[in-house]
Design a protein around this ligand. Structure first.
Ligand code: C5P
Length: 247
């Protein structure tokens, strides 16, 4: 039986990653604005468009997740966040990502900077990229399972005062147990047809329904939408699939 939450406003749980040119981003936004709750902007779009893109999203009344995965010394992260949050149009920013491996001091400094700002978006910590598997962790000197590493980084992020973490659909359950109910999980690597063998880079991939059923608060989808011949149709299909989730 479907849970009563199943059809619950899935559109506000789906983050559309716009790793495209400004022209394509504008086209996708114009075609999906009524269906997409949140858009994600990372270096691919920002490097071409710059901070001007914030004015566009603010003008659209859209919420934006800025996915820069800040990972630097605390002072640099503090100054970067301050610059971001005073940019015209920054009222559109819903969330900002930081890399949890930047450490506790970097994370708490970011939280203080955000708390002091006029506009205060959520801060999300990236744990282990969804493109990595255990053997990749091993190669960078991390000798524990992906799940154990993600759990450790999620607890660190929560202790530092972040609002949630980015993880794969395989780890939401362990984070739910380790962290408070209010602590959010955002899951990239979401595909209508989740077959890791088909993916060139993402390894820990899940379907929208599996991610939500596993406890994900938000799903992040990029290529499945922006590479589709009809991004709107694909977004509708993803939302339909997400709405079938049993929780
Ligand atoms: O195209 P695809 O759906 O794989 O895009 C996923 C998006 O989520 C990309 O913009 C990627 O940079 C981002 N992301 C990720 N894994 C993380 C954090 C962010 O794939 N751990």
């Amino acid at each position: 039986m479907k849970s009563p939450r199943a059809g619950m406003d899935v559109k506000n749980k789906l983050v559309v990653a716009l790793d495209v040119t400004p022209a394509r981003a504008k086209e996708i936004v114009s075609r999906t604005r009524d269906l997409a709750g949140i858009y994600k902007v990372g270096p691919v779009l920002w490097l071409e468009w710059g901070s001007e893109c914030l004015k566009f999203f603010a003008g659209e009344g859209a919420r934006v997740m800025i996915d820069f995965k800040f990972h630097d010394i605390p002072n640099t992260v503090k100054a970067s966040l301050a610059a971001l949050l005073r940019a015209p149009g920054s009222e559109s920013i819903w969330g900002v990502t930081l890399h949890t491996l930047g450490g506790y001091a970097m994370l708490t400094t970011a939280v203080s900077e955000r708390d002091a700002a006029a506009h205060r978006p959520m801060l999300f910590g990236v744990t282990v990229l969804t493109s990595l598997r255990e053997k990749d962790l091993y190669r960078v000197g991390i000798n524990r399972t992906v799940e154990a590493e993600v759990k450790k980084l999620a607890v660190l992020a929560e202790d530092a005062g972040l609002d949630g973490v980015v993880c794969s659909g395989d780890e939401t359950a362990v984070i739910r147990k380790a962290c408070g109910r209010e602590f959010l999980t955002l899951v990239p690597g979401v595909r209508l047809d989740a077959n890791p063998k088909k993916d060139l880079d993402q390894k820990r991939v899940v379907t929208p329904a599996a991610a939500l059923a596993g406890g994900a608060d938000y799903l992040i989808v990029g290529r499945d939408i922006y590479e589709a011949e009809d991004p709107r149709e694909r977004l509708e299909a993803l939302l339909g699939a997400a709405a079938t989730a049993e929780r």
